[in-house]
Design a protein around this ligand. Structure first.
Ligand SMILES: Nc1ncnc2c1ncn2[C@@H]1O[C@H](COP(=O)(O)OP(=O)(O)OP(=O)(O)O)[C@@H](O)[C@H]1O
Ligand SMILES: O=c1[nH]c(=O)c2[nH+]cn([C@@H]3O[C@H](COP(=O)(O)O)[C@@H](O)[C@H]3O)c2[nH]1
Ligand SMILES: NC(=O)CC[C@H](N)C(=O)O
Ligand SMILES: [Mg+2]
Length: 508
């Protein structure tokens, strides 16, 4: 492993962003739970960032900082809670403030320091705190102030330890990126060598060493992530791997055929397609709880792969296109489970297969970049994401063949119209959701009593946050008109205008 920055995760909602910004600076960074710090590859850790977090340092159960970490003499940057934690641990005083400071504030630099070197003496920063540092620990000096605190930035007089009360990772902090850049480049003295080509080189070594003469099966859905894994394995393992596509019957219209055509005909892989429609349907029959659906699907996928792998000599590895976001949203020690992604939180406990997940530290846009460099066409790399559990999580409540038909047909119309109106490049993901609600309507002078269908369309970069797409009314009108006319079983179409957060992109 190359040198990297560890971001200790104290639970702030901006943690992903810290990692993201540092990687964008050309330096590899990873989010690590504070309890796991000493399992890191320590000689390679060139800097530690203590993140923000919801706790107050003086609360009884507030997460702590191990002083052993300070003995390592690795440069440290505490952000918000991270700064308060440094102060509290080293003998200073943190107190709750009557005034919560949330939003833009002017920062005034009171003393030259390496973090703001060459920057303005006063600029706007983003604050989000209720506690403030009252007294600095011995050996520290204050280098910036704001309207609510004299200690908006601090540094140690002789050691590379820094604390900042504001959030440099948030775009509203005017010189945030430069401050992080100064930390990694000038204070941690790191080379900017994290890049997609370096990633390919590193994964090639790791996977070669792991697999040796063995054989790998690769779960290929035809989506962006697993197509990129397939291209990566083709690059590294040549014919020592076999892609397997599972048709679980919950795919979009014509999807199974498209995937087979692309990967068998255009890319000439030895793709195997498993028809598993009946067994998935039988397992999901009568199930309406979203988490239960996800777990059943995760389990059934693995069963299919365990059966398939028996057909290969020396095969024990299953490669999947798991992303960093799948891992985070499925719940980590600090992050709450939002939903169990079928390929992470939905996996069975006693799995025999050994997973290879080369993309599990990457974000979607990084994966897209990787795909292009591996020679995949834009048409695959820029596809909209499609969740592994497929239409199962777009049919609220229990799943029936008729409901699958409604979602497939309406999704097909939506895709066709979004493309016809030239919106397919600007909208990140778009699909339909079938609700279990029925409403009264009138069609050709007759009363109808049919389902309500939802259109969901969002813009996003990495799926972590999203806004509803501002589709023109005329386009929505055309789509709604076609759906109510062409899809039997629905008589009302609504448009979801919720962003993420507070909603998620999918409805289950
Ligand atoms: N129908 C399927 N057959 C085989 N493997 C699948 C199938 N659906 C999902 N998977 C596996 O689960 C992983 C996670 O699914 P996910 O939808 O997040 O990724 P993807 O389909 O590769 O990309 P995208 O997010 O663009 O849809 C996939 O990368 C793939 O390894
Ligand atoms: O492979 C997957 N397995 C899953 O279990 C799963 N759940 C959600 N998604 C996709 O992830 C992105 C973020 O989704 P949410 O905002 O709905 O959580 C969106 O792009 C979703 O389509 C999944 N993908
Ligand atoms: N964003 C943060 O890290 C907040 C830290 C602490 N809970 C405070 O309110 O001051
Ligand atoms: Mg997918």
């Amino acid at each position: 492993m190359n040198d990297y920055i560890v971001v200790l995760d104290y639970g702030s909602q901006y943690n992903q962003l810290i990692v993201r910004r540092i990687r964008d600076l050309g330096v590899y960074a990873e989010l690590v739970h504070p309890d796991d710090f000493f399992s890191c590859d320590l000689p390679q850790v060139k800097g530690v960032i203590l993140s923000g977090g919801p706790n107050s340092v003086y609360d009884e159960n507030a997460p702590k900082l191990e002083t052993k970490l300070l003995d390592l003499k690795i440069p440290i940057l505490g952000i918000c809670y991270g700064m308060q934690l440094l102060v509290h641990t080293l003998g200073g005083v943190v107190e709750s403030n009557d005034l919560r400071e949330y939003g833009n504030t002017e920062l005034n630099i009171t003393k030259d320091n390496p973090l703001t070197k060459g920057l303005a003496f006063s600029f706007n920063v983003w604050m989000s705190h209720g506690d403030v540092v009252k007294t600095l620990p011995k050996g520290f000096i204050s280098v910036a102030s704001s309207k609510t605190t004299d200690h908006a930035m601090m540094m140690h007089e002789t050691q590379p330890i820094y604390g900042i009360q504001f959030h440099p990772e948030v775009r509203n902090t005017v010189h945030g990126i430069e401050i992080l850049d100064h930390f990694v480049k000038d204070i941690c003295k790191m080379d900017k060598n994290w890049s997609i080509p370096a990633f390919i080189e590193q994964k090639t070594l790791e996977i070669r060493e792991l697999v040796k003469d063995g054989h790998v099966i690769c779960a290929l859905s035809g989506g962006v992530d697993s197509s990129v894994v397939t291209a990566l394995l083709a690059h590294i393992l040549k014919d020592q791997f076999t892609p397997i596509f599972v048709d679980h019957g919950l795919l979009r219209k014509d999807e199974a055929l498209d995937v087979q055509n692309t990967f068998k005909r255009d890319f000439e892989t030895n793709l195997i397609t498993v028809d598993a429609k009946d067994r998935f349907f039988a397992k999901l029959k009568g199930i309406s709880d979203p988490e239960q659906k996800r777990k059943i699907i995760g389990n059934e996928f693995i069963k299919v792969f365990e059966e398939q792998i028996k057909n290969f000599k020396d095969a024990k590895y299953l490669a999947q296109g798991t992303l960093y976001t799948d891992v985070i949203e499925s719940g980590t020690k600090t992050a709450q489970t939002i939903k169990s992604h079928h390929n992470v939180g939905g996996l069975p406990k006693n799995m025999k297969l050994i997973l290879i997940e080369p993309l599990n530290t990457l974000f979607k846009d990084e994966v897209r970049d990787l795909g292009i460099r591996l020679g995949l066409p834009e048409s695959i790399v820029n596809r909209q994401p499609f969740p592994g559990p497929g239409l199962a999580i777009r049919i609220l409540g229990d799943i029936t063949p008729d409901k699958i038909r409604i979602v497939q047909e309406s999704d097909f119309i939506l895709r066709e119209e979004i493309k016809n109106h030239g919106l397919d490049k600007s909208i990140w993901q778009y699909f339909t959701v079938l609700t279990p609600l029925k409403t009264v309507g009138v069609m050709g002078d007759n009363r109808t009593y049919d389902y309500v269908l939802v259109i969901r369309a969002v813009t996003s970069i990495d799926g972590m946050t999203a806004d509803f797409a501002q589709i023109p009314y005329e386009t929505l009108q055309k789509i709604s008109n076609r759906m109510t006319n062409e899809v039997k079983g629905i008589n009302r179409v609504v448009y979801d205008i919720t962003s993420k957060p507070p909603g998620t992109i999918e409805w289950e």
